[in-house]
Design a protein around this ligand. Structure first.
Ligand SMILES: [Ca+2]
Length: 427
């Protein structure tokens, strides 16, 4: 951290720490300039929505009694392994209503029909946006002998853990992969959460906010494994003080507790001084003792038991808002308060903490979190920005150069994450 940066950061932190006491002391202009200077893309789109997905619905008519359920798949499972199940619906009254979330650039999906025992009867192409309603019979299906089994849909969630202070935007301070399984006649939704990386020395807690889903609409959230992600955490819980797996958020919304201290989740041990070391996990190919290490992802599956089918049906991917809770401080002496870091649509939510007495102050179209509709997205190595763009010399550099194009114009390059430009900069 250079001296100028340190000075500016310090000024901002001081003003932020006082913001809740006296709004007049927060200088939005200084803060906006600071964010703009630190952000890696010059000339970013002021109307950016940070959205890489689209939601839609489809009605499938199934007059053929042999068709028990239908699935909407992202690939043809007879041709490709890894087809994801974007929706899974049991037919009732000769039809199935499907709600789904897919990448913005999707133009072709595949509708699979299954018998009651789960056998795939065949697949029919389903061009995106072409049908609002379609009819499927056994005669219309294509079937071959060998099928690659489709898998539940998985998105990757990436975070900068320093909000409201900008940092290096490598978006690897927390990496989660979340898999959702659900069928439309059930009141249960399964979320499998894999904590994949922690690319920061400062610790944080994490939870999942279910946007628009009330705590009172759920019966319970059960973890299928015996031990919580942070089982045996030896210190007092200061960031998520509520007990249990299901928590009532400040606005009555449902929150699933993940962990109190990310480094404890990976290490489960303290150093000789009794501290939990801030080692960076799974963001560097070169391992340095007490600085960086590799570890297996930590995986837990949560069964969300809803009171009604309607509530279960409403838990679509755009309702899933994992978030970080951290104590933003620049050194041990300065405490700037506890902040939540959400996905962009929920940036100002303040689910467990009232962090946003003045949300306009931080309304700058920069996101500290990214949602990628891809199960195995490769994130940048430690300290490498997703990409950088310097307007002065009109030059872009980084592992995903098209990320810069998307940041400059939110209507283009929605598939930037499929185009790696510097593989050696990725973990
Ligand atoms: Ca990092």
């Amino acid at each position: 951290m250079n001296k100028v940066f340190y000075f500016v950061a310090l000024t901002v932190v001081v003003t932020l720490s006082l913001a809740s006491c006296s709004k007049e002391l927060f200088d939005k202009e200084v803060y906006d300039d600071f964010v703009e200077n630190q952000f890696m893309i010059d000339n970013a789109d002021p109307n950016h929505d940070w959205c890489l997905t689209k939601n839609d619905t489809l009605i499938v008519k199934t007059p053929d009694a042999a068709i028990y359920r239908v699935q909407l798949l992202t690939l043809d499972p007879y041709d490709f392994a890894g087809a994801e199940i974007a929706a899974d619906a049991v037919c009732y009254g000769d039809k199935a209503e499907i709600t789904f979330t897919v990448p913005v650039t999707t133009n072709m999906l595949y509708l699979a029909a299954l018998s009651e025992d789960g056998t795939y009867l065949g697949v029919v192409p389903c061009p995106y946006g072409f049908y609002k309603e379609m009819e499927v019979t056994r005669q219309s299906l294509k079937k071959r002998d060998v099928i690659y089994p489709p898998v539940p849909q998985t998105f990757t969630y990436l975070y900068e853990s320093t909000f409201p202070i900008p940092d290096d935007f490598d978006y690897n301070d927390m990496v989660l992969r979340i898999t959702k399984s659900y069928d439309n006649l059930s009141t249960q939704v399964y979320l499998t959460v894999a904590l994949t990386a922690a690319g920061t020395a400062s610790s944080y807690a994490a939870a999942i906010h279910l946007g628009g889903v009330k705590y009172d609409d759920l019966v319970s959230v059960e973890m299928l494994e015996d031990e919580a992600m942070d089982a045996g955490y030896p210190l007092q819980r200061a960031l998520i003080t509520e007990g249990g797996t299901l928590i009532r958020g400040r606005n009555g919304e449902a929150v699933i507790r993940l962990f109190e201290n990310v480094h404890w989740v990976f290490s489960k041990k303290r150093d000789e001084m009794g501290r939990i070391e801030g080692i960076k996990y799974n963001t560097s190919h070169v391992q340095v003792e007490r600085v960086s290490a590799e570890a297996e992802p930590v995986v837990r599956t949560f069964r969300i038991n809803c009171k009604t089918r309607e509530t279960a049906r409403s838990i679509t991917f755009d309702r899933i808002d994992p978030f970080i809770i951290h104590n933003a401080k620049i050194d041990e002496a300065m405490d700037a308060g506890i902040w939540e870091i959400h996905t962009y649509p929920y940036k100002f939510t303040g689910v467990l903490r009232d962090c946003f007495t003045d949300k306009d102050a931080y309304d700058n179209h920069v996101s500290w979190a990214l949602v990628i509709p891809q199960c195995d997205f490769r994130y940048p190595q430690e300290g490498v920005s997703m990409s950088t763009y310097q307007q002065e010399i009109d030059a872009t550099f980084g592992p995903y150069e098209q990320f810069a194009d998307w940041l400059k114009n939110h209507q283009v390059s929605h598939d930037w994450y499929l185009h790696v430009t510097r593989e050696q900069l990725l973990y």
